[in-house]
Design a protein around this ligand. Structure first.
Ligand SMILES: NC(=O)c1ccc[n+]([C@@H]2O[C@H](COP(=O)([O-])OP(=O)(O)OC[C@H]3O[C@@H](n4cnc5c(N)ncnc54)[C@H](OP(=O)(O)O)[C@@H]3O)[C@@H](O)[C@H]2O)c1
Length: 317
């Protein structure tokens, strides 16, 4: 908390006051292709802008194509040589996730970096197109399926280029406030006990468990790809559209601006000092310790199997 408020730098040399531009200074990402989900607004847009300004080819994966095209134009206005493309993706629909992956693969591009950034928060109870509670479906399951579908492309790219692939899951400090047992495997869609805050916490816990389990799979396979999770800080974005009270009560000293909010993602996605670092959780551009549940390997394995079952069930229905 002291480090967050004071902005004092941690062991990485960066801290809560560091911006995405600051942590990527001097990095040439011209050999990298990145997909950023939700890259049309908030933290995702700043991540796109900064990685593109470091010469990466960035694909904005967005459900709102108008917003995505506007974001692209905004970035091009700033730097006309930026390589930014947009592709349609609705993470709350597994069909849309599959279509996105097929469309991306058809472009025959390499893929070095996948940033699972898109998210929704504190929504009223709702089921996704596939009949799954909407925050879990969007924040976790859509990204879980997307990552699986793009993994072969990432492996192929890492093998052909010798450049380490990186997967970054946007989690949150809210992962410490899930349902009592973490993930409600037996009652994922239970409306009677739905709590919008705990459902968000559950989905953000799932983001860390997913990155950790994925990291173990990648290490076991000996693949040159890392997977990590980050908490970006508290940043006033559209994410807070369901939370007027929180806006009102939160102390302004805890808030970061958007450039600061995109710093941890960019640091984990491209900084050379994190070569080979995988299965970790970062906040304020430094490694941090997530909750006990987030470090639970049994829970992570169970979530992996559960998520596979949900994806398979949706495909067969
Ligand atoms: N802001 C914070 O304080 C904070 C704190 C901790 C963690 N985070 C995490 O940071 C990430 C980015 O959040 P943000 O603050 O930048 O919020 P944001 O400005 O609301 O951006 C979220 C992005 O996700 C997209 N999205 C939502 N549902 C989608 C779907 N079904 N399919 C595809 N895209 C979808 C949104 O698109 P639309 O415009 O179409 O809705 C938007 O572009 C989230 O994962 C969030 O949980 C944020």
């Amino acid at each position: 908390m002291f480090r967050l408020i004071s902005g004092i730098r941690g062991p990485s040399g960066f801290g809560s006051a560091s911006t995405a531009e600051h942590v990527t200074q001097g990095i040439d990402a011209a050999n990298l292709t990145a997909i950023i989900t939700g890259g049309a607004s908030g933290i995702g847009l700043e991540t796109t802008r900064v990685l593109a300004s470091r010469n990466a080819h960035v694909i904005i994966a967005a459900r709102n194509m108008e917003a995505a095209n506007q974001a692209k134009q905004l970035i091009l206005k700033d730097s006309e040589n930026a390589r930014v493309d947009v592709l349609k993706l609705d993470l709350s629909s597994l069909k849309s996730v599959k279509a996105f992956a097929d469309n991306f693969i058809a472009l025959n591009l390499p893929l070095n970096i996948l940033i699972n950034n898109a998210g929704i928060m504190f929504c009223p109870y709702q089921l996704s197109e596939d009949g799954i509670e909407i925050q879990f479906a969007t924040n976790h399951l859509g990204h879980f399926y997307l990552t699986n579908l793009l993994l072969d492309k990432m492996k192929e790219t890492a093998k052909c280029t010798g450049v380490e692939g990186r997967i970054v899951n946007l989690s949150s400090v809210a992962h410490i406030h899930p349902y009592k047992r973490g993930i409600r495997f037996e009652k994922i869609n239970d409306k009677s006990r739905y709590d919008d805050k705990r459902a968000y916490g559950q989905s953000k816990l799932a983001n860390i468990l997913h990155a950790n389990e994925l990291s173990r799979h990648l290490k076991a396979e000996g693949v040159n790809i890392t997977a990590n999770a980050v908490h970006p800080g508290l940043i006033m974005t559209n994410l807070f559209k369901h939370t007027e009270m929180l806006k009102f009560f939160s102390s302004c000293i805890l808030w970061k601006n958007v450039p600061q909010g995109a710093a941890t993602t960019c640091y984990v996605a491209v900084h050379p000092s994190l070569k080979g670092v995988s299965g970790k959780y970062f906040s304020d551009c430094n490694e941090s310790k997530p909750s006990r549940m987030a470090r639970d390997e049994v829970l992570a394995k169970k979530l992996w199997e559960f998520s596979n079952k949900l994806v398979n069930a949706a495909q067969n229905s």
